[in-house]
Design a protein around this ligand. Structure first.
Ligand SMILES: *Cc1c(COP(=O)(O)O)cnc(C)c1O
Ligand SMILES: [Zn+2]
Length: 436
């Protein structure tokens, strides 16, 4: 079956390097707002309207069944989907951290607690990635783009998880890494980012200040040869989130789920999951049917949820104050697109407070043996709330994303968990404590 065909309109005089760039089926960059096209390169904003640039593909020539077989016989990581990603065909043989193919856990115990039908609830557990968060998926793509454009330093602005993923990917690839974080980040995240041996720079300011600084550095000679995974490599980086959609459908036996609950920081992951699902439909790899995408935020950083509930199309920035730090982006770049997707698919955007986040982390751990970071507490907590308020149908196949590992945010639950008892090493003491 033929899929979206993309005419090659690349202007080789505009970017001479573009002709020699091999990023597989990626054909050009295209503006999400006005459709203006430019050759593949390290740019992220449209020169016509400042809209975000996205990868446009040439998927023509794919035969559905051949493609399915090629994917199924591919490696047990995201590179099984290389024909659908902006990466060279031989990507699996290059030094990369090879994330993905994480577990899709059938969560019957959690389903029972939440009142969902048996066999219908799944947790996509991305804590199993190399640096224990979903960020490895996006960084792995950015690394391939950095190589293609000849960058020698991998960089980013980060609230923690991204820093670790960039450090690890650069180490594996033999590139320099220099990562910028707010100076007051949790100790665990600092260690996790620093251990890979790259440069780690604390900036006196919040995440938005760090971002502003990175934008300045890109425009300065000091930033020459630097690939900022979430700035000048953002179009490539963002495509990594499509692999969550691909894996979920393949793991469900090449079927679309009916409902997905997805966390929102910048909103990139949610919008690209939608893009990935639409591609699978267009390619004939899954049968077309409606699906609903629900966005999840923490109440202390809920600009998209607030806009959704108010019926607004624009997102008013907030000053974050929540334990869900990996989702704490007060001015989410993809916020308006998230609103659009939630409304178009019949989903919703909801938020939960910090206490509900902690309760949800413990609920998931107690029912399914999965220790989620605060972002996973947000999605599980929001799923519970959506079932209670009737927005999420408990009779339909539902996938809730856990995008990070609880070991990264121990503080969130540390004061709420602990020893059941302390006893002397004797059976009497054991019985006195009511344990035997
Ligand atoms: C970055 C991140 C997300 C999603 O971020 P987006 O900017 O919305 O793509 C989700 N969960 C965790 C744990 C993250 O680190
Ligand atoms: Zn544009």
């Amino acid at each position: 079956m033929a899929a979206q065909t993309v005419a090659s309109t690349t202007n080789s005089t505009a970017n001479p390097a573009a002709d020699s760039v091999d990023l597989g089926p990626a054909a050009a960059l295209s503006c999400r707002e006005c459709g203006h096209r430019v050759p593949l390169g390290p740019v992220f904003a449209c020169e016509e309207c400042f809209g975000p640039l996205e990868i446009a593909y040439d998927f023509s020539g794919y035969d559905t069944e051949e493609l399915r077989k090629r994917i199924e016989s591919g490696p047990a990581n995201i590179w099984r989907y290389a024909p659908l990603l902006p990466v060279p065909a031989d990507v699996a043989g290059k030094p990369n951290i090879n994330p993905g193919w994480t577990k899709l856990v059938k969560a019957d115990n959690l389903a029972r607690e939440l009142g969902v039908d048996a066999g219908k609830l799944f947790v996509k557990d991305d804590s199993g990635n190399p640096t224990h968060s979903f960020k490895d998926r996006v960084v792995a793509q950015a690394l391939e783009a950095a190589r293609a454009f000849g960058f020698t330093t991998l960089s980013c602005s980060s609230t923690g998880n991204l820093a670790g993923a960039v450090g690890a990917a650069a180490a594996r690839a033999g590139l320099r890494s220099c990562v910028f974080i707010p100076h007051d980040l949790e100790q665990g995240k600092v260690v996790m980012a620093a251990v890979y041996g790259g440069e780690l720079v604390g900036i006196e300011g919040n995440y938005d200040d760090v971002n502003r600084f990175c934008s300045e550095l890109i425009g300065d000679p000091a930033g020459e040869g630097w690939g900022f995974v979430n700035v000048n490599l953002r179009p490539y980086y963002a495509e990594g989130s499509k692999t969550l959609a691909y894996e979920i459908c393949e793991q469900l036996g090449w079927q679309l789920p009916d409902q997905l609950v997805v966390p929102i920081a910048s909103g990139s992951q949610l919008t690209k999951i939608d893009k990935g699902l639409k591609e699978l439909i267009a390619l004939g790899l899954v049968e077309d049917k409606p699906y609903k995408i629900f966005g999840a935020q923490a109440e202390g950083c809920s600009p998209v949820s607030v806009a959704y509930k108010a019926g607004h199309d624009v997102v008013r920035p907030q000053k974050p104050n929540t334990i869900a730090k990996s989702l704490a982006i007060g001015n989410p770049a993809d916020g308006p697109y998230v609103l659009d997707i939630a409304r178009r698919t019949g989903g919703a955007v909801e938020d939960v407070n910090d206490e509900q986040v902690v309760d949800a982390i413990k609920l998931l751990a107690r029912t399914e043996g999965i220790f989620a970071e605060t972002a996973g507490g947000v999605t599980v907590g929001v799923a519970k709330k959506l079932i209670e308020n009737g927005l999420l149908d408990p009779h339909l196949t539902t996938v809730v994303l856990n995008t990070g590992d609880g070991l990264k945010t121990l503080d969130a639950v540390a004061s709420d968990t602990g020893l059941t008892a302390t006893i002397r090493p004797s059976l009497d003491s054991f019985r006195e404590a009511g344990l035997g």
